[in-house]
Write a protein that binds this ligand. Structure first.
Ligand code: ZN
Length: 482
């Protein structure tokens, strides 16, 4: 019955669904199913198109360790949300403004500025929990369901305008034009009611996940206070799309009192380590940052001593001072040698000084402890490819792919490994997947055509390639229609 309804609605909404064969997958209805015109499959399609569009104008942070960390916190929250079976994708945007945003289909972006501004893991988690609630409650989509003339490109444009309009002028102006052309009013800022609902549900999720409920009002308060020093354009983005009022903070503060902290066994050190890794990655003044670490270590004025040493070591490595980087890192390894982040940092130092085999040994040893870890595998694979061992690299990557967490880097390295092995058709096929996940569908199609050229005679491989190419061409056609 539902399949028929979904297909009937497609005409109204203006884009065919058959392409993604989504009608064959039964996903649960979410939010207020009574008024829902957009199916979960279409919702995902909208979010994915938005995610593609975002990647076309911004290079997202690709660091596998940071991404793993973000997914870990994200999924811990999702598991305790009111829609634990929905798909979610968490990603990090290299932008200093304090912002996070949630697009339909579970695509949640967090700016580097937000992680760097968070003083505790609980604060960062509180924002993620709030964004997860916007998605499970379908806040953004509900405003679209009233206008029946929407097609995919316009819906995506409006979402881009709502979530990023102010943050990215390039996306913003194109989106505003598309919206004006459609004669649709963009009134997409979340309402106060939406915000309160996201706070309430977000706080429940936060508490169920073993985080501190007080972190939510504390973080909002800090944002609000810092916003007093801003005027006009410079107001933190998060406040613009999620207005924080004094009464909202008081409200959250009052509710948080009801949830005494029952901390689960979390690993909060990883938060501090990843925050320093990000700080070193994002800095524009390495010299100044090293001074900052030196000063913190001298005066003891740091939130976390181990993280400060770790950050200092990474900054030293980054500036080419390998001996000193090792010296600062060593005591951390002596105390907590099983911590993967320290091991990966040590391997980076070994590679920097040209001891590739020492690095390979470190990765190999850590595979015993962390056999499924993507950050470990991707680092190891890069080193294996440098050492001209593509077969071993490909084996590790395919195993990682079987775990069901694909990533841009994984596809790119797989293409490289297959290329090094002389398997040209495979190399182009995997490169196509890299372009596809990055939102570059035309390049993905080009790579598949190349893959087909190199697969002559292999009927099975050719059939696979042409079916994938057909899917991508149909998706491209949908994206362009307006
Ligand atoms: Zn909000």
């Amino acid at each position: 019955m539902r399949k028929i309804i979904v297909i009937a609605l497609l005409g109204v909404l203006g884009w065919p669904l058959g392409v993604i064969q989504a009608a064959d997958i039964e996903l649960p209805e979410i939010g207020d199913s009574a008024g829902a015109l957009i199916s979960p499959q279409q919702e995902y399609q909208i979010g994915q198109a938005f995610f593609w569009r975002l990647q076309q104008s911004i290079d997202l942070i690709d660091d596998p360790e940071l991404n793993s960390y973000l997914q870990t916190i994200g999924y811990r929250l999702v598991a305790n949300s009111d829609a634990p079976s929905l798909p979610f994708t968490f990603f990090m945007v290299p932008d200093t403004s304090v912002n996070a945003f949630a697009a339909p289909g579970g695509f949640i972006g967090i700016n580097s500025g937000l992680l760097l501004t968070s003083q505790t893991e609980d604060e960062m988690a509180s924002v993620l929990a709030h964004e997860i609630a916007h998605i499970t409650q379908r806040h953004l989509l509900r405003s679209f369901e009233k206008s029946k003339q929407m097609n995919l490109p316009m819906t995506v444009a409006m979402i881009a305008a709502a979530l990023l309009g102010a943050a990215d002028p390039q996306i913003g102006s194109a989106a505003v034009m598309a919206v004006q052309a459609g004669g649709v009013q963009a009134q997409l800022n979340f309402t106060r009611h939406n915000e309160r609902e996201a706070d309430n549900l977000g706080m429940l999720t936060l508490v169920r996940s073993g985080f501190d409920a007080q972190a939510m009002p504390t973080f909002f308060e800090r944002l609000q206070q810092s916003s007093r020093f801003y005027t006009g354009q410079a107001v933190p983005e998060f406040l613009r799309t999620h207005p924080v009022t004094t009464s909202r903070i008081a409200d959250a503060r009052g509710r948080a009192v009801r949830y005494p902290l029952k901390r689960q066994l979390g690993d909060t050190l990883q938060f501090y380590l990843m925050r320093e890794k990000l700080r070193v990655m994002m800095t524009t003044d390495l010299k100044q940052l090293k001074k900052f670490y030196e000063n913190s270590l001298e005066t003891g004025s740091n939130l976390n001593d181990a993280a400060t040493h770790y950050g200092y070591s990474l900054a030293l490595l980054e500036s080419g001072n390998f001996t000193q980087a090792r010296k600062v890192l060593q005591p951390l390894i002596d105390q907590d040698g099983d911590r993967l982040s320290y091991q990966l940092a040590l391997a980076d130092i070994e590679i920097a000084v040209g001891r590739l085999s020492a690095a390979l040994n470190i990765y190999q040893e850590n595979q015993k402890l962390y056999p499924d870890d993507q950050a470990l595998t991707l680092n190891q694979v890069s080193a294996l490819l440098q050492a001209n061992l593509p077969e071993k690299a490909a084996k590790l990557l395919l195993k990682q792919l079987d775990l069901g967490v694909p990533s841009r880097q994984l596809y790119k390295l797989l293409a490289q490994a297959k290329g090094d092995m002389g398997e040209k058709s495979q190399a182009h096929s995997w490169l196509a997947e890299y372009y596809y996940i990055s939102g570059r569908l035309n390049q993905a199609a080009d790579q598949l055509r190349l893959a087909a050229d190199f697969a002559k005679g292999d009927e099975y491989q050719l059939a696979k390639i042409s079916s994938r190419l057909r899917d991508i061409e149909l998706t491209l056609a949908q994206m362009e229609e307006s």
